[in-house]
Design a protein around this ligand. Structure first.
Ligand code: E4P
Length: 222
């Protein structure tokens, strides 16, 4: 499983990189706009923390095929392992075909249904990013969309890897991971929730208290 954080916050990436093998980070224009730093600055900071093997996903913003392809080439020239994110629209799929002819790594993003993701796979996308929480928020079933997409890929022998995205709670994450998908990206708050069950801290504190009351602060074998 490739495990990504969906953030431009380098402090949080450094924090989780201490305890987990992060494959890299994913970003989108909204995340970068909120962070207030440009792509170059964010990538340089992230590379410092994650090292040379990290993979970064950065999105094009142009609305035309030629514009997207031009931006993809610029992203691809950056001195990192870059994947170009392209919205899986009609225009985006046309751009993806051209990017693949140039040997560029591509992630098809803004996927709201299994059939949309399937078309992006046919167009040649290396990664497919179904938006689990946003699908749930529209009254549909995000986990089922991912399961259906995975089944379509398997049935038709397509090699695109699902990079599940858009999560708001740990239940969504667990259900999607049970499907055995190839990659996932999590926002920092959901990542924190995964380690932050409210019962954990009291349980650990009680162990300390009981031990200290009986034997003092240090571990003793006597
Ligand atoms: C990833 O490709 C998406 O940009 C991202 O995960 C969307 O997440 P959101 O629905 O929390 O904005």
């Amino acid at each position: 499983l490739e495990f990504y954080l969906d953030t431009a916050d380098v402090a949080q990436v450094a924090r989780f990189n201490e305890c987990l093998p992060l494959r890299g980070i994913t970003t989108n224009p909204t995340i970068l706009a909120k962070g207030g730093k440009g792509l170059n600055e964010v990538l340089a900071e992230m590379a410092e923390v994650l090292g040379a093997d990290a993979r970064f996903h950065a999105q094009v913003v142009s609305k035309t095929v030629d514009g997207m392809v031009e931006e993809a080439k610029q992203i691809n020239e950056l001195p990192y392992d870059m994947v170009v994110k392209v919205p899986a629209t009609e225009t985006g799929l046309a751009a993806i075909r051209k990017m693949k002819a140039e040997g560029i790594q591509v992630l098809a993003t803004a996927i709201y249904s299994a059939h949309q993701g399937f078309l992006a796979a046919l167009a040649g996308a290396d990664y497919l990013a179904p938006y689990v929480n946003r699908i749930d928020g529209m009254g549909a079933d995000g986990v089922k969309a991912v399961a259906d997409l995975q089944q379509l890929l398997e049935r038709h022998g397509l090699n695109s890897k699902i990079l599940a995205a858009s999560f708001k709670n740990t239940q969504q994450v667990t259900e999607v991971m049970k499907l055995g998908i190839g990659a996932i990206t999590l926002p920092v708050d959901v990542m924190s929730q995964m380690l932050g069950h409210p019962a954990v801290e009291p349980a650990v504190s009680q162990f300390s208290l009981d031990w200290e009351n009986a034997f003092g602060e240090k571990l003793s074998f006597e």
